[in-house]
Ligand binder design. Sequence first.
Ligand SMILES: [Zn+2]
Ligand SMILES: [Zn+2]
Length: 232
Amino acid sequence: MLPSTCLFCGGICLFSIPICSPCLKGLPILAHSCEQCAEYLHPSLLSNNKSRICGACLAYPPPFDHTFALFPYCFPIIEVITKLKFQHQLGYTKVLATLFIQRILQSWYKNKSLPDLILPIPLHDKRLQHRGFNQAYEIAKPIAKAFMIPVDFTGVKRIKNTQAQSRLSSIDRQTNVANAFVAKRSYTGMTIAVIDDVMTTGYTITEFCRVIRQSGAKNIDVWCCARNQKLG
Ligand SMILES: [Zn+2]
Ligand SMILES: [Zn+2]
């Protein structure tokens, strides 16, 4: 196997994915987090809260059951996502998908069965035309292939061409994504993994999951590359 170049430092790497060993070891680790939404959970809460669910999820349960995040949303993951989405550096999808596959095998699904279906969060047709690809779909494809799980790319349509969430206030973000998706099929009784690149406030993912839950999904797990956590 020929050595390739590390996407992070430009050094030589011997893995089948373009990241070298020191860069891989240096990637940030997600803090203690809520099992349901992956928001930061103070370690002192873990001892008396066996289920590891945060106060917000207990008070207002989201329409998904579990959130698995690869990384916290910080350096250099922000750069990875930005280069992937806006500079079309699709080499990063291979790194992220491989890390997802490892994590799924070694921890997330070690003691539970894999989902029936993977649903990448869809982009609006106009956004897809402009960007040329959907990053969530690109990451989902190799994972789906590795575990022989089908990817559903057409079952839910994004009918609202929403503004970029990052430019809006919290309340505007919620309004922006309201009724943005519509399900074109039934998901009755299915266990579904919803995949997206970043989960910040979670409004987009929540709205998407609400729609597939209404269409019958029994269990919904969220897989995201990066989770924005409010530390403190
Ligand atoms: Zn490197
Ligand atoms: Zn939570």
